[in-house]
Design a protein. Structure first.
Length: 292
């Protein structure tokens, strides 16, 4: 891998040449911007205004590494070690899912709804991963008492660092929502709000997924068996039936194919006022229900 000279514009050309047969043009441009933003603090306009900037040998090596990793379909967020979510910076690695824009929409829905809530909320994020939901909620609902649960010790280690990075006080709990013993880990005081973006992609959908997701993001946080697509929703709703306060709310991110089925399941378990919301792409990806 060789670059014509050490100017930024020559690095741009190298990215496009080396990756042109692997990624769409728009995605390559995003990789470029993310990399120059990470290493030099470039804005979008800087990509043009500073294109003649000269890089040192060690700086060039960083970009060569990025290109080599991208050729292996490693997500750019993992390569750089961080991403942005709801205006906040989060560390990410192979132990946690990369936060998605759809999840930002779920957080925004909760934040907007919480503005009419007069009392202090006790919030639980189930399957917290990087901690993005819990931390974004705490930063935008500072009076809330926020708990975050995950089965993975490695994921919780990432989430705890992200809480420190964003100066957010979160109570972290390691536990398995599929285990009945989990209920006893919580205090007797009820929870007013539960949120979860649980695993919801069926095994049969693997063939439709991109190589960077399938090859590098944690499968335990993505997939459910084909014969039980609602496995985690059922367990979370059962937990919420016991620990969610009367009138409390539960929010889910859902597989668009099963949004109606999750709403029906919630209704069967006694939840009311279930509302499905579409994401910016028109897919049914969010659900909110009240406990009666």
């Amino acid at each position: 891998m060789k670059v014509i000279d050490n100017r930024a514009v020559s690095v741009y050309a190298l990215f496009r040449k080396e990756l042109e047969n692997l990624y769409p043009v728009e995605e390559i441009e995003t990789f470029l911007f993310f990399s120059f933003s990470e290493y030099f603090g470039f804005s979008r306009s800087d990509m043009v205004l500073k294109k003649e900037m000269r890089l040192s040998e060690s700086e060039l090596l960083k970009f060569f590494r990025v290109i080599r990793k991208l050729k292996l379909h490693v997500p750019i967020q993992y390569i750089l070690g961080n991403t942005e979510f709801y205006g906040l910076k989060f560390n990410v690695n192979e132990h946690v899912l990369i936060p998605r824009p759809e999840t930002e929409e779920l957080v925004h829905w909760i934040v907007e709804e919480s503005k009419v809530q007069s009392s202090k909320l006790k919030v639980l994020d189930i399957g917290t991963g990087s901690g993005c939901i819990a931390i974004a909620l705490k930063k935008n609902m500072p009076e809330a008492e926020v708990y975050a649960l995950d089965i993975s010790e490695n994921a919780l280690a990432v989430a705890k660092k992200n809480a420190e990075l964003n100066n957010a006080e979160i109570h972290f709990i390691q536990g398995d929502i599929l285990a009945n013993s989990l209920i006893h880990q919580f205090t007797k005081s009820p929870i007013q709000l539960i949120v979860s973006n649980p695993p919801y992609i069926t095994e049969k959908e693997k063939s439709e997924m991109s190589a960077n997701v399938l090859g590098h993001e944690p499968h335990t946080a993505l997939f459910v068996p084909d014969n039980d697509a609602l496995l985690f929703y059922r367990a979370i709703l059962d937990f919420a039936s016991d620990k969610l306060a009367e009138g409390g709310k539960i929010y889910f991110e859902v597989n668009s194919m099963y949004a109606a089925a999750v709403a029906e399941l919630a209704t069967e378990k006694g939840f009311i006022n279930c509302s499905i919301r579409k994401d910016v792409n028109g897919n049914e990806r969010m659900l909110m229900c009240n406990k009666s």
